[in-house]
Structures are given as structure tokens and as C-alpha cells.
Ligand binder design. Structure first.
Ligand code: AMP
Ligand code: GLY
Length: 422
């Protein structure tokens, strides 16, 4: 089979690397891909949101199956466009991808169907929102309704911060049309866990749990980033919590979407907070997480292509999905200055050396090939990932591999996997 993967980050690299284990695949293309992905798939220079060009490419090259990694094309309707041409594609249609595309939609859905989440109000008018904020006790959580590159959530410690935040989102339109509506919600506390799940429109199968580290520096200091590292499994997501999340959140979400005529096929990513009152939904995403995927897929022991096909065909209940019961850790090596400003084009050394350990895989996020050598080409450059017989082993192996890799201004966190929740 010929496969097309849409996206260009470490997540897509991890998807491609796993898919290549399937002996039914003869060739994988990636649009647009990156320097490291080019070693495992043929990269084609088509932007991930150029839907007409993606459809034409799939038709012209007889692609049998397409996998969408990124959120934007899903929210824009790439699945609908492929299906309209009779092309097979893995991911939710536009009317279901809205669970990520509109936070206001998701909150209304959860309220209507009694799915546990933070209490909230939705506003379209700045004055009304600013007046409401004054009735709350900080911290106050503000969320721009639409996609905002993961930056549309503000946790405001004072009324002043909240008013400034509201103005930036609603008046200055810092996130463009994503800020036409704003969700103002209750501040929740507790450990956060990411539970990604496969879904075929009827059945939902959770994957092994993961946690990420969003802040730029050790001890959760510095700015929020796209993610500086992840580990799997979570140390706090036990079987009892998993059962509760399945009963109160996962199954009700899939049922709710069906009742609304928005059948979901693809990956539902449940961002959960484990509060004193049980797990609550912080966010839904309509695709694999990045860098969660880099620690989840290496633990999958079943054929990923088969699972994707079962989701599209509605056979997930008959599909066997097995996981390794060890652990995995991904340390993101970024360019110094990320997430604000950083240089590009610096040569990266030591990747081959690091990958000599068969438990290690380096997933490329922002790299390019120059004269046959990898150079940095983004804020998050690579995700150095290791598996182990348990999480602690995986963490040790990942950091040993990180030590072998070098590039100018490299920056990484030293505490991935060692979150303390006492
Ligand atoms: P999101 O972009 O939705 O993942 O939100 C970014 C981060 O903001 C989350 O990972 C949480 O750490 C935090 N957050 C979002 N909503 C809340 C909330 N209601 N209470 C506390 N923290 C929150
Ligand atoms: N790592 C968070 C996300 O993919 O949304």
C-alpha cells in the first residue's frame, strides 16, 4: 500500500516510523515532512493546509490511505475533501474535529451531556466578559475559542492580568478570529494526564497514558511551549481512575458526538485533570499529541495501519490492541531562546551515535538536511526518545542519549519524567 502522512513534526515522524513496521506498506510519502522524516519517507513540498494540492497528490500518486497528524487541516475539513473524491483517510470530519476547533463548542457539549469539566461562561462581548471576570476569585482561566497554536489559554493571577488578557484576545485579536468568543472558566487543580484514544465512531479504545511538560525550563519555570518532553505511563493515572474516566468521560463523549450527528473517527485526545472530585476534561484534541505520540507509539505492539483501518471501517471492537508494559521517555532538545526567538541552521552531531542503543530513537521535529548533514530548522529540534523495562530505565537511557547529541545553543529540560505530586 502507498500511504500519505500529513504534517511535519516529531509526531508525524513517530507515526511514520511505527507504520513502517507493517509489511503491507510499500511506500510512505509525507507532506511536507522534515529533514529527519526524509530518511524514512519521501517528503513532498505541499503545505499541510493546502487541501486541494493534497487531494490532487493523493489522486495522481494512487495513494491508498492517508493519515492526518496535524489539527489545522482536520479542522479545515481535509477528511471531507478526501472522502468526496473517494479517497481513504484517517481522521475526523470537519463537523467532529470541532471538538478541538472550538473550545466553546466543546464546553457546551460537555455541559449538555454531563461530562465532568471546569464550570464556565462564554462571551462574545468584551465589556460583558470584563464585568463577569470581576465577580470571580483569581486565578482566572481565559481561553480563546479557536485554534491558537497552543497559546490561547491564559491563567491570570490578578484581575489586571485577566482584563489585559481579555483585551488582547477580544479587542486586539492577538489570535485573530479565534478570539471572537472567549471561554472563562473555573481554575482546577491536580495532576494532568493525557489519554489519547482510538475511535471508530462507536467504540473508543484508550491508549497508554502520558504526561507532558509544557514549560520551557526545569521545575516548570519559564514560558509555555509546545511541549519540552513527555513520558508514559503517567505515575498517577491508576486503574480506578482509568475506569472512572472511561465511564464518565470517554464513552459519554463518543455517544454525545453521535447524538449530535457528529460521528468521530480518528484520535480523540483527552486532556484530563485529576481533581479531588475525580477526572475532569481540560481540553479535547482531535488528533495525536506532540510530543505525547513519541512516547505512546513506541509502546504499541500491534500493527498501527490495521488499527487506523479499523477506525475508518468501524471494526475497532474486533481489533486486538496490545501495549508493552514498560515505559518511555522523550526529551525535547530545542534551540536556545525557544519559544520566543532562536537561530536556525546549526549543524547537529551525535544522532547516529545516540541511536546505536536499540532502545533509543531520535524523532525529528525541526531539522533540515544540508549537504547531507542535519541542521536545526525550528524551535523544537528533536525528541530524543527511549523505551525501557520501566519508566525510570527509560528516563536514564533517554538522558544518556541526549548527552551524545550536540548543536549550537541546544536547550533541554533535565527533569522530564520526574514530576512530583506530593
Ligand atoms: P490547553 O491549551 O487547553 O491544553 O491549556 C493549557 C494548559 O492550561 C493546560 O495544560 C493546563 O495546565 C492549563 N489549564 C487549562 N484549563 C485550566 C483550568 N480550568 N484550570 C487550571 N488549569 C487549566
Ligand atoms: N502536547 C500537547 C498537544 O499536542 O496538544
Amino acid at each position: 500500500m502507498k500511504i500519505l502522512v500529513i504534517g511535519s513534526g516529531g509526531r508525524e515522524h513517530a507515526i511514520i516510523h511505527k507504520l513502517l513496521e507493517s509489511d503491507r506498506i510499500s511506500k510512505i510519502y509525507c507532506a511536507p515532512g522534515n529533514g529527519g522524516i526524509a530518511a524514512e519517507a519521501e517528503c513532498v513540498p505541499i503545505g499541510a493546509t493546502d487541501i486541494p494540492a493534497l487531494v490532487s497528490f493523493a489522486k495522481d500518486n494512487n495513494i491508498d490511505f492517508t493519515v492526518v497528524g496535524m489539527d489545522d487541516p482536520l479542522v479545515m475539513g481535509v477528511v471531507d475533501a478526501f472522502e468526496a473524491e473517494g479517497l481513504r483517510i484517517f481522521g475526523p470530519r470537519k463537523n467532529a474535529a470541532i471538538i478541538e476547533g472550538s473550545k466553546a463548542f466543546s464546553k457546551e457539549l460537555m455541559k449538555k451531556y454531563g461530562i465532568p469539566t471546569a464550570r464556565y461562561e462564554i462571551f462574545e462581548d468584551y465589556e460583558k466578559a470584563a464585568a463577569y471576570v470581576k465577580t470571580l476569585t483569581p486565578p482566572i482561566v481565559l481561553k480563546a475559542d479557536g485554534l491558537a497554536l497552543g497559546k490561547g489559554v491564559l491563567i491570570c493571577k490578578t484581575y489586571g492580568e485577566a482584563e489585559d488578557g481579555l483585551r488582547e484576545i477580544m479587542v486586539d485579536k492577538k489570535f485573530g478570529a479565534s478570539g471572537n468568543k472567549v471561554v472563562i472558566e473555573e481554575f482546577l487543580t491536580g495532576p494532568e494526564v493525557s489519554v489519547l484514544s482510538f475511535c471508530d465512531g462507536k467504540t473508543v479504545v484508550p491508549m497508554v497514558s502520558a504526561q507532558d511538560h509544557k514549560r520551557a525550563y526545569d521545575n516548570d519555570e519559564g514560558l509555555n511551549t509546545g511541549g519540552m518532553g513527555t513520558f508514559s505511563p503517567s505515575r498517577v493515572y491508576d486503574e480506578k481512575t482509568a475506569r472512572e474516566a472511561m465511564e464518565k468521560i470517554f464513552i459519554p463523549t463518543v455517544d454525545a458526538l453521535n447524538k449530535e450527528g457528529r460521528t468521530f473517527k480518528g484520535i480523540i485526545y483527552f486532556g484530563l485533570m485529576l481533581t479531588k472530585d475525580g477526572p475532569k476534561v481540560i481540553e479535547y484534541n482531535c488528533r495525536f499529541g506532540d510530543p505525547e505520540t513519541q512516547v505512546i507509539l513506541p509502546r504499541l505492539k500491534s500493527d498501527l495501519l490495521g488499527i487506523f483501518e479499523a477506525c475508518v471501517d468501524g471494526n475497532l471492537d474486533k481489533t486486538d490492541i496490545k501495549w508493552d508494559n514498560g515505559g518511555a521517555c522523550c526529551v525535547v532538545m530545542a534551540s536556545g531562546g525557544y519559544p520566543v526567538s532562536y537561530g536556525k541552521g546549526y549543524e547537529i552531531s551525535g544522532i547516529e551515535e545516540a541511536e546505536k542503543d536499540s532502545d533509543v530513537k531520535v524523532y525529528h521535529a525541526g531539522t533540515a538536511l544540508r549537504n547531507g548533514k542535519y541542521v536545526t530548522n525550528g524551535g523544537r529540534v528533536i525528541g530524543v526518545t527511549a523505551v525501557g523495562k520501566n519508566l525510570d530505565e527509560a528516563i536514564k537511557t533517554a538522558y544518556k542519549a541526549v548527552d551524545k547529541i550536540d548543536f549550537k545553543d541546544k536547550h533541554f529540560r533535565h527533569d522530564i519524567g520526574i514530576k512530583n505530586y506530593d
